[in-house]
Design a protein around this ligand. Structure first.
Ligand SMILES: C[S@@+](CC[C@H](N)C(=O)[O-])C[C@H]1O[C@@H](n2cnc3c(N)ncnc32)[C@H](O)[C@@H]1O
Length: 379
């Protein structure tokens, strides 16, 4: 019998496609955006339920894996280490109340690259410690779409939590070679939107950046000149992504969730044109069979919000091998972890008292099962 998953914040179903490809079965989905719901229904035959904050955990059927690309929100009581209560009023709170009730074997969460730095690292810390407090082993890593055969430089934070206390090993995820944008471009299309030569400037000797991008030039848009150093106008803060042109010999930058007119320009075959909508969906690893419905602006919006399907497939494959495989579970030996003092105390359920003596160091008096220890910590 195949393991069952729920698809929260489902968007147009990128997570679902990846997990279905590895034999997992979707039993519930939720999404608030009407256009995304229609497109999901058109492609999967299931209409997602709406706003997750209005759905009781008791109305969700039994499942083994919770999937969620949830929106990033700061937690209100920053840093007070109240875990679950810190998360009240956020969508992560809804994830936790569902996890607490159903106790799925696995939780897989996705968020933007900068999630780890959000609210000075507090957001990620609260997410991990909350899952740990309710019985899960967590691990997380940044993964990049370009390592999964998709020519887009799109880094995402992936968090995987296991109720069996298995630490998911991201190193085992199988990567694919990066190839260039030109490999996925449409060849037959009479409606390419080319720019006239007068509308752009190409730079001399464009170089491949470590990210794989090749910045080829920029559109000749009116930009702020005042206070900008000579010859750096194209790089200025006001001259943002929509005006940049990237070579098809490299990878594409991250498709944005804010972009609704598809202003992604490429230099290909000595001409400059806009990426087509079909090419944008290919850049997220969707097949050309995906039914695209609704207005162009909605479709651009949805594609930038999605998750890259081949990256999810690679994750799902390892979730299957590491967290659902009897042999692996039986042989698993927890790896010793390097704990910092705070984690050590938390892990040992120690009541502690920190006594700050000056800005850079503090005494920590710990009472652990009758023991009394005094540490001096120097930052
Ligand atoms: C980053 S996107 C996830 C996209 C999805 N992983 C995909 O592959 O298309 C976050 C999604 O959460 C949805 N969302 C936001 N608030 C919600 C809520 N209260 N209930 C359900 N969905 C919500 C948004 O509409 C958006 O589609």
């Amino acid at each position: 019998m195949s393991a069952k998953f729920i698809d929260l914040f489902s968007g147009i179903g990128g997570f679902r496609l990846g997990f279905e490809s590895q034999g997992f079965q979707c039993v519930f989905s939720s999404e608030i955006d009407e256009h995304a719901k229609k497109m999901y229904c058109e492609n999967f035959g299931d209409k997602p339920f709406g706003d997750i904050t209005k759905i009781s955990e008791k109305d969700i059927p039994k499942f083994d894996i919770l999937l969620g690309g949830f929106p990033c929100q700061p937690f209100s009581i920053a840093g007070e280490k109240k875990g679950f209560n810190d998360t009240r009023g956020t969508l992560f709170f809804d994830i936790v109340r569902i996890v607490k009730h159903h106790k799925p074997k696995v939780v897989v969460l996705e968020n933007v690259k900068h999630f780890k730095n959000h609210d000075k690292g507090n957001t990620l810390k609260v997410v991990l410690s909350t899952l740990e407090q309710i019985g899960y082993e967590t691990s997380w890593q940044l993964l990049n779409a370009k390592d999964f055969g998709v020519p887009q430089n799109r880094e995402r934070t992936i968090i995987i939590a296991s109720l069996d206390k298995i630490e998911f090993d991201f190193k085992k995820i199988i990567k694919k070679p990066t190839f260039s944008l030109k490999e996925i471009l449409e060849t037959e299309n009479n409606n390419f939107e080319y720019l006239k030569k007068s509308e752009y400037t190409l730079i001399e000797n464009p170089k491949k950046q470590p990210s794989g991008l090749i910045f080829a030039g920029y559109r000749n848009k009116k930009i702020r000149q005042k206070g900008v150093r000579e010859n750096t106008e194209h790089l200025s803060r006001v001259h943002k992504q929509p005006n940049r042109i990237y070579s098809s010999e490299g990878t594409n930058p991250t498709l944005s969730s804010q972009e609704s007119s598809g202003r992604y320009f490429i230099y290909h075959n000595k001409k400059v044109r806009k990426l087509t909508l079909k090419e944008c969906y290919r850049l997220m690893g969707f097949s050309d069979n995906l039914k695209l419905i609704g207005t162009q602006s909605k479709l651009y919006n949805r594609v930038g919000n999605s998750i890259v399907v081949p990256m999810v497939e690679a994750i799902a494959k390892q979730v299957n091998e590491q967290l659902f495989n009897e042999k692996h579970l039986l042989q698993y030996k927890p790896q010793p972890k390097q704990l910092n003092m705070y984690d050590y105390l938390l892990e040992n359920q120690t009541i502690y008292m920190a006594e700050k003596i000056h800005n850079k160091s503090f005494h920590l008096t710990a009472y652990a099962s009758g023991d009394f220890k005094r540490y001096t910590h120097k930052a």
